[in-house]
Ligand binder design. Structure first.
Ligand code: GLC
Length: 604
């Protein structure tokens, strides 16, 4: 047994199951934590001093530019005259490698690419780092690689755009990360996913091993050796990634870039920070991955393009000025819940970023110039279930209000005494009138201080750490419990949430997608279970109390949220307990099922 394995096993043995303790230990290599993956602590690598430094930086920065760019842009989303897909076009239209090479990669010469422009665009958006696709699922390397299928050599373009970008970033102190699709590679016989040129999506082990070693590992070595300081490596779609392969990748990154942060899509619970599903949102604050002395944020990502992450003629040029407030507020919501946000742009095939996309992200930058104090380095909302976006800093709380109507801002649940309230956009910080009684706060915002998209009210408190009410769900009058999704925690981040409808989204794809309610039981008993959902009899979920379990088969008309009685469940003991709902018979990720909440009504 080599030293690395020994260290790993002994560390795992000492620390089994306890994330908080584990993370404090200093171990020399990657540690994978076994046990429950509730609340996102599925696994973690160790946090060396270099990693800690970048993790603090990530927590401070909050906001980065994601760039999806590759030869798929050349097709602009269209194949055979049909609108197909953006970066997934090769797979969606089953384009043979030969045709893709001829029509996409063979013609891809982004002559108008200007690295300095990319950096300027990110800076103007208030973004502090850039993560760009070095190789997406189509297998094309966007830089000078030993593998011939690359931008510099394949179509004879000659320029290494990633090198140019790395230099421009270094000049301007913009941090740079690479997205790398480690398993999925539709260009290679051994890569996962191309079943139309080669057989099957999953590849025979030896073939996948050879692809992984000769291309993926080799290219990640190139990317981590030849492009200066790398802030993060963002892996994606970890199919066929076993434990050993994940470890190997972690080691490659660590050896060449000791500080580079790896996201959780490497697979098998590895990585330094947890990434949600695409466009993933959560109803509550999550600090599950925080260590006692290091705030490890989770991350989510969205795009200012429509219909895909890469460029299409039909989704890449749209004017979205009506949605600037939504983009800004999305960032607020993420930070409010303890996350960091990657927002994607999709350059055209010639290398330019469409003006409409630039305008969308610049609107956020303009807002951040005035309101950045409530985002950069901010802690999440002190209320676990904030009614709107709220962030905090020692001694301060920031209320972020989207398109504020009227002049009264209400907040329920803050116990710390407010010393002063003012509008962050007001340079004179004129004190606003407010009224605080017990847990109720009401602040008056005059019209002239209301901001176009999101108004931020800063509250100065007489506590360093804001104190709030107990948010445990209490048993209601008549002994019933109201368990809205809006008041639950997600056990893993592979679920999304709809803030407007206050329902789950993309729930039911995996059995680990738990919803967790913390409730205070005064009067135990037997309860009738009422599920408030839009009915889809293909999904079932297990509702559990510490004393009982009920399998709920959802029913009703799909599309309409209705309340229906689905059975009974027992709670035997009083006290604070957790009630959970986990999918049982799973359905596709992209389903229409939505759960709004569950009610428990005592049965006589
Ligand atoms: C995905 C997709 C991909 C995109 C990415 C963005 O799962 O496969 O096209 O790059 O995630 O997060």
């Amino acid at each position: 047994m080599n030293l690395l394995n020994m260290k790993w096993i002994s560390a795992a043995a000492i620390l089994t199951g306890c994330f908080q303790v584990c993370a404090q230990e200093t171990v020399d290599s990657v540690v994978k934590i076994t046990g429950s993956d509730e609340f996102g602590s599925a696994g973690v690598s160790i946090y060396t001093p270099e990693i800690r430094e970048n993790m603090k930086q990530l927590y401070e920065d909050k906001f980065g530019l994601f760039v999806h760019w590759g030869p798929y842009a050349q097709l602009e989303g269209i194949w055979d005259g049909e609108e197909v897909s953006a970066e997934w076009i090769m797979k969606r239209a089953f384009i043979p490698v030969e045709d893709y090479e001829r029509e996409a990669s063979g013609k891809f010469k982004p002559t108008k690419f200007n690295a300095a422009d990319f950096v300027t665009i990110a800076e103007n958006a208030g973004m502090r780092f850039i993560v760009i696709t070095a190789k997406h699922h189509d297998g094309f390397a966007m830089y000078k690689s030993k593998h011939p299928y690359n931008l510099v050599d394949f179509a004879g373009y000659g320029r290494d755009v990633l090198k140019e970008l790395a230099e421009a970033c270094a000049d301007r102190k913009m941090k740079l990360g690479f997205y790398y699709s480690q398993s999925q590679d539709w260009h290679e016989e051994g890569g996962f996913g191309n079943h139309w040129d080669f057989e099957g999506n999953l590849k025979p082990q030896e073939k996948f091993d050879a692809y992984f070693e000769d291309k993926a590992v080799m290219q990640v070595k190139e990317l981590t050796r030849n492009y200066g300081d790398i802030f993060m490596v963002w892996f994606d779609t970890p199919v066929q990634m076993d434990d050993e392969k994940c470890r190997q990748m972690m080691d490659v990154v660590k050896e060449n870039q000791p500080g580079a942060l790896v996201n959780s899509r490497l697979g098998q619970g590895y990585g330094h920070f947890d990434v949600s599903m695409d466009n993933g949102k959560t109803p509550s604050v999550s600090k599950a991955t925080w260590l006692p002395d290091l705030k490890v944020p989770w991350q989510t990502h969205e795009s200012v393009t429509e219909r895909g992450w890469g460029y299409t003629s039909y989704g890449g040029e749209n004017d979205r000025s009506d949605e600037y407030a939504d983009f800004i507020y999305a960032l607020c919501r993420v930070v409010s819940n303890g996350g960091v946000y990657l927002l994607n742009v999709a350059p055209r095939p010639d290398g330019t970023i469409p003006e409409s996309q630039v305008n969308s992200i610049t609107a956020i930058g303009d807002w951040l110039k005035v309101n950045g104090e409530s985002i950069y380095g901010a802690d999440p909302s002190p209320l676990k279930f904030p009614p709107y976006a709220i962030t905090s800093k020692p001694g301060k709380v920031f209320l972020q209000l989207k398109e504020l109507e009227g002049n009264q801002v209400e907040l329920k649940g803050l116990l710390s005494k407010v010393k002063k309230a003012y509008c962050l956009a007001d340079p004179s910080q004129k004190a606003l009138m407010f009224n605080q009684k017990n847990e109720h706060l009401s602040v008056t915002v005059p019209d002239e201080l209301k901001q176009p998209h999101v108004t931020v009210i800063a509250l100065e408190l007489d506590d360093e750490i804001p104190q709030v009410v107990d948010e445990t769900i209490q048993q209601g009058e008549g002994g019933s419990f109201d368990l809205p999704v809006a008041h639950c925690e997600y056990a893993v981040r592979r679920i999304s949430y709809d803030y407007d409808a206050q329902t789950t989204r993309n729930w039911g794809g995996k059995t680990n997608q738990g919803l967790v309610w913390t409730v205070n039981v005064k009067t135990p008993g037997i309860f009738e279970v009422i599920s408030e959902d839009n009915g889809d009899n293909k999904l079932s979920y297990e509702l559990k109390t510490p004393s009982d379990m009920l399998v709920v088969y959802s029913k009703g008309t799909v599309g309409e949220i209705t309340e229906k009685s689905v059975g009974t469940i027992r709670i035997d003991q009083p006290g604070v307990i957790r009630i959970t709902a986990y999918p049982k018979d799973t359905i596709s990720w992209f389903n229409d099922f939505r759960l709004k909440g569950i009610k428990l009504v005592p049965v006589e």
